[in-house]
Design a protein around this ligand. Structure first.
Ligand code: SF4
Ligand code: SF4
Length: 367
């Protein structure tokens, strides 16, 4: 890991240079009353001091909401595959561009960057998903610390924090006013360069990036992060940490509390669509004239037909079984398989659930 101090203007100049190289740069942008990760073409539109996390994560960059896996045409009673990587939706067109060149996400929150570890585990397992793998190879993540918590945030209960660097190639944190005064730089950032991809991205701009004085940088950085964390944590609702205890959840699989927890669920699937770690998809066939497309679309375990068998049997017939599955998958099955929760505590499913179901509260009923 290499550490740099950067004046804000130099940071912006560097981002402008990245855009000028032709790489696609994605950053949180306002759109129709929401904040979403979108492509930017001017560095000055990147908010380096964003107060809130984006409303949606950037998982669509790696895993588009809909994409064509391949196309085929029936000729003489045989399917002839036409175009193995053609993609049709707007998201998929964006994602397809990322297959050809690097995509740099700037301003990823710690929860969104950490969600990459979950997606990697799923899509890069043997055999890897070739669509995801190519996009992931080309993705560079510049994360940033969160300077404010929102009411739904609970990252600190699942082992993350507003200063976590997991999943980041470079991590930015604003320097406090006192440090900026001391360095006489107006406003500035500390940058942790955490990977080879990150090192490659800063290789040409180091002249304007200063290494901090002294040798014990880790102590200095830890103190800076601890102070930052204390300030943000003071804004978070008091919640206890969710200790990894898959056995407790399994033991109470039939507990009557599930009925009460899931009673209000509408099975709308919003929670899965806004979740940075949810990754279920369905494959469907679409036809335009003589051409057929095999399409991959986001799916949700909340949907009534998600587990419907061809026989007509459905092992998860009601919202109770489906919502329980969501909680068990996030905090039990995935944990058993990988050692990590499948929830990064972003709270988006809580914020956007139309009936206010709270996955933290559901999980916190158990030790
Ligand atoms: S928990 Fe909320 S968002 Fe999720 S399916 Fe049920 S009603 Fe929809
Ligand atoms: S389950 Fe909810 S809180 Fe957890 S990562 Fe998904 S959207 Fe965020």
């Amino acid at each position: 890991m290499t550490l740099y101090l950067i004046q804000e203007q130099y940071l912006r100049d560097w981002l402008a240079e990245i855009i000028a190289t032709g790489r696609r740069v994605i950053a949180p942008q306002s759109e129709n009353g929401l904040v979403v990760y979108r492509e930017v073409t001017r560095a000055e539109t990147i908010d380096l001091h964003a107060r809130a996390k984006p409303d949606f994560s950037f998982k669509h960059i790696l895993f588009p909401q809909t994409e064509t896996v391949f196309r085929y045409e029936w000729r003489e009673r045989r399917p002839v595959v036409e175009d193995a990587a053609a993609e049709t939706s707007a998201d998929a067109e964006n994602a397809s561009a990322s297959v050809q060149g690097e995509v740099v996400v700037v301003g990823a929150t710690p929860c969104d960057a950490a969600s990459l570890l979950v997606l990697d585990h799923v899509f890069l397992a043997d055999p890897p998903d070739p669509f995801y793998a190519r996009r992931r190879e080309n993705l560079i993540v510049i994360g940033r610390s969160c300077s404010h918590a929102q009411p739904e945030c609970f990252c600190t209960t699942v082992g993350l924090s507003p200063v976590s660097t997991q999943g980041c190639d470079i991590f930015l944190m604003p320097l406090g006013a006192d440090l900026c005064d001391e360095l006489d730089i107006g406003s500035g950032f500390v940058a942790e360069v955490l990977s080879e991809k990150g090192e490659a991205l800063v290789a040409n701009v180091k002249a304007t990036w200063v290494k901090p004085n002294g040798s014990d940088h880790s102590t200095w950085l830890n103190e800076l992060k601890a102070a930052h964390l204390r300030a943000v944590q003071a804004e978070m609702l008091p919640r206890r940490a969710l200790t990894p205890s898959p056995d407790e959840l399994k033991k109470d699989f039939e507990h009557p509390a599930w009925e009460e927890i899931a009673r209000a669920c509408l099975s709308c699937g919003v929670c899965a669509f806004v979740c940075p770690t949810c990754h279920c998809y369905d494959l469907s066939e679409e036809r335009q004239g003589r051409i057929w497309s095999r399409c991959r679309n986001w799916d949700s375990c909340a949907f009534g037909y998600f587990t419907l068998h061809a026989s007509g049997h459905n092992p998860r017939p009601t919202a109770l079984e489906r919502y329980r599955q969501r909680v068990m998958h996030k905090f039990c099955y995935f944990l058993e398989a990988t050692g990590a929760n499948m929830c990064v505590g972003c709270g988006r499913c809580v914020k956007f659930c139309p009936v206010g179901l709270d996955i933290y509260q559901a999980r916190a009923r158990w030790p």
